[in-house]
Every structure is written in structure tokens, then in C-alpha cells.
Write a protein that binds this ligand. Sequence first.
Ligand SMILES: Cc1cc2nc3c(=O)[nH]c(=O)nc-3n(C[C@H](O)[C@H](O)[C@H](O)COP(=O)(O)O)c2cc1C
Length: 166
Amino acid sequence: MNLKELCEARYSCRLYQEKPIEAEKLEYIKECVRLAPSAVNRQPWKFLLITDPAQLDIVKACYKREWIQTAPAIVMCLKNESECWTRRYDSHSHADIDIAIATEHLCLAATEQGLAGCWVCNFDIEMLRSTFPIPEGYDPAVLVPLGYPADEPAPKVRKPLDEVWA
Ligand SMILES: Cc1cc2nc3c(=O)[nH]c(=O)nc-3n(C[C@H](O)[C@H](O)[C@H](O)COP(=O)(O)O)c2cc1C
């Protein structure tokens, strides 16, 4: 698969098979995430791979959609606001940009391995903080349920090239 084919193949999967993910595939995905760029190479992130059923239950309870119950794994993508690069002109933090790049590496790598994921940001952050041990200094930015897909991708709806590019 070339990059364009990979971008076409990646989609937001909202139904997963029970089948667990092979350790080699997880290692491959972890390495692709590790190689992501970040502002001033600060790498202000940590990723928690959650497969333990009790821990999965806690995290899934923080996202009020039935479909997440089917995910055999969830990656919690954490950002660190004190480690990231901040632009001195306006004090703008780049932690969100950094974590987004690494998260998309994760999603593309998973797709390449025949898996699927979905960006999830609409979780109950206060509930997550109070029920799950979040490492000191880190904030949950994205949850990525991960697994073998049990649904079919919908056709991609995107703005036309000439609207997006000037
Ligand atoms: C920053 C971000 C947050 C998102 N949060 C959610 C979410 O909370 N729940 C959800 O079902 N999808 C979420 N999505 C998935 C988008 O809805 C999806 O990427 C978009 O509709 C395009 O569809 P596709 O990923 O299948 O190409 C999120 C995507 C991004 C990039």
C-alpha cells in the first residue's frame, strides 16, 4: 500500500471483532508512533496500551457510545503541557499538534497492519481522571479503540481539492 492508498483505507471503525491483536502488530504500531515528529523534538507524550478487561471497562465507561464496548484494546494518548514547546510570541502550546501527529501515525500504522481504529475525543475527561490512574503531569487527549474491524468503511466525504487548496 502506498501512502495515498493507506490514507484512503484508514477510516473511523466503530465495530470490532473480539479477536485479540498480535503482539508483533502492536510492536510495529508502537514504533511508528515513537517515530512521530514533534515541535523542537520535545516528544511531550505518553501512550497507554490498555487490554486488561478491568481497565478497559473503566475507560469505556467514560465514552457513552455502545460501539466502544466491542474494542479489544484502547490506546490512551496523553499529552504533557509542561514538556511541549510553547511559542514565545503568544505562549501558544503545541502539545495538541504533537499528540495529533503521533495519534495519526498510530491510526495509519494500524490500518497498514489490517487493523482499524477511531479517534475519540468526546470522552468524559473528569470521569476518566477520577477513575483511571493517569501518570503525573499528563492529560488524556485522545482515546483510540483498536482492533480487527467488524464493520465496513463508509465512502469518504471530503471537500473538493480546489476548495481545500489555493
Ligand atoms: C480530533 C478528532 C476527534 C474525534 N472524535 C471522535 C469521537 O469522539 N467519536 C467518534 O465517533 N469519532 C470521532 N472522530 C472521528 C471523526 O468523526 C472522523 O474522523 C470523520 O468523520 C471522518 O471520517 P473517517 O475517519 O472515517 O475518514 C474524531 C476525529 C478527530 C480527528
